[in-house]
Design a protein. Structure first.
Length: 148
């Protein structure tokens, strides 16, 4: 019985540690992709993670952001879909700190799949504090005048 209890405790601690090491991908990620003819373009992924579920959007040169659907995180694996021009593009990713290796595959043969690396966008630096006002020194105390 003690052996079973010890095994269960060790398993629970291991699962807790694995969950603690899973990173939260919430935030903005950027990547440069290429068109089939080799022209580069910027993509911006905005993820919002809630447990294993992921929502967000992808912004590219096409205009409006495209919503992410069926987003899931499982350990270091991320999967999600994006609907674009009447097709669904499936994304399989591996999370590694501030990088995500992404492979996309459309459900249509008319659009090529892609591989790219997303990098977590650094938060904008906080604004510099306002300069301190110049120090003012109080006037020296008045000298007592001698009685006349």
């Amino acid at each position: 019985m003690k052996k079973l209890l010890s095994i269960c405790a060790a398993l629970a601690m291991g699962l807790t540690a694995a969950t603690a090491f899973a990173s939260d991908i919430t935030g903005t990620w950027t990547a440069t992709a290429q068109t089939p003819n080799g022209d580069p373009f910027q993509l911006t992924f905005t993820f919002k993670q809630d447990g294993a579920n992921v929502t967000g959007s992808v912004q590219g040169p096409q205009g409006d952001p495209l919503p992410i659907s069926v987003g899931k995180v499982d350990g270091d694996k991320l999967t999600f879909d994006v609907a674009f021009n009447g097709m669904t593009i499936h994304h399989n990713c591996t999370i590694n700190g501030d990088e995500i290796k992404l492979t996309s595959k459309p459900d249509s043969g008319d659009f090529p799949g892609m591989e790219m690396t997303l990098k977590r966008a650094k938060d904008a630096a906080p604004p510099a504090p306002a300069p301190a006002p110049p120090a003012t020194t109080p006037p020296p105390p008045a000298k007592p005048q001698a009685a006349r």
